[in-house]
Design a protein around this ligand. Structure first.
Ligand code: URA
Length: 242
């Protein structure tokens, strides 16, 4: 693919604008040689104004989403895209969030421009485990773990019970919950079904991925091993469930 097109697909401008970047000698290789549109060079060696390119097509981004940010390209700001390079929403294919976290929820959020992977992780048939830490308005009653694990818990207004979920108490008013589906406001509604209410909610893990020491508002690109482990977990989790 021509360099101008690669850059346009990454959101560096329209095709005309990226051709202009090349014509004005702002596109170089890592060693500083000025590149021409027809040069056959890979994503890794291309620089624009001396800077490496945004993540390559097919990348997966792990963002530590702060409270207050919305998972949308067009809602009222602040948007999660405000934390990322301004080119991300302009990419083709677009760098989309993998599912959503509520504005009031913080934590691990993935984004990718790989539509097939996004679908694998978010379709209703996807049962990739996701762990949330909730702080609660009232003390835990003691039976939440059993009720969540039962596979019989019905959320208000729903006809199908939740799949079994795991609860680990972390304190009198704090617990980690691991779920393997993604219903609307699921964790908040699970605690509401127990007569409690969630004060803060943070997603700490998705499959084998964890937030680790990534600060709020920061992001990183998954490496090839992390991405293939994620794909394998998603495929396995899909196979195991009806
Ligand atoms: N459960 C919720 O209640 N909110 C989220 O954002 C994710 C899971």
């Amino acid at each position: 693919m021509s360099i101008a097109r690669q850059l346009a697909n990454l959101g560096y401008g329209t095709r005309r604008e990226t051709e202009r970047l090349l014509a004005t000698r702002r596109v170089t290789s890592a060693d500083g040689a000025v590149l021409r549109d027809g040069d056959r060079v890979g994503h890794d060696v291309i620089r624009v104004d001396g800077a490496p390119l945004d993540p390559a097509p097919g990348s997966v981004i792990l963002l530590h989403k702060p409270v207050g940010y919305v998972c949308s390209t067009s809602d009222r700001p602040p948007l999660v895209y405000d934390l990322l390079p301004p080119r991300f929403p302009l990419r083709d294919p677009v760098m989309a969030t993998v599912g959503r976290l509520d504005a009031d929820t913080s934590g691990l959020l993935l984004l990718t421009d790989d539509g097939a992977l996004n679908h694998l992780l978010t379709s209703p048939k996807s049962h990739v485990p996701k762990t949330y830490v909730a702080t609660l308005g009232d003390p835990l009653r003691g039976d939440e773990g059993e009720r969540f694990a039962s596979g019989a818990l019905l959320l208000h207004g729903e006809k199908t019970p939740l799949l079994p979920a795991q609860l680990q108490p972390l304190g009198e008013r704090e617990a980690a919950v691991t779920i393997s589906e993604g219903r609307y406001h699921q964790v908040r509604r699970m605690f509401a079904a127990m007569g409690n209410h969630v004060i803060t909610l943070r997603r700490t893990a998705l499959a084998a991925l964890e937030l680790g020491s990534l600060a709020e508002g920061q992001w990183r690109v998954l490496d090839a091993n992390e991405t293939s482990a994620l794909v394998n977990t998603a495929r396995d989790a899909k196979r195991k469930r009806p």
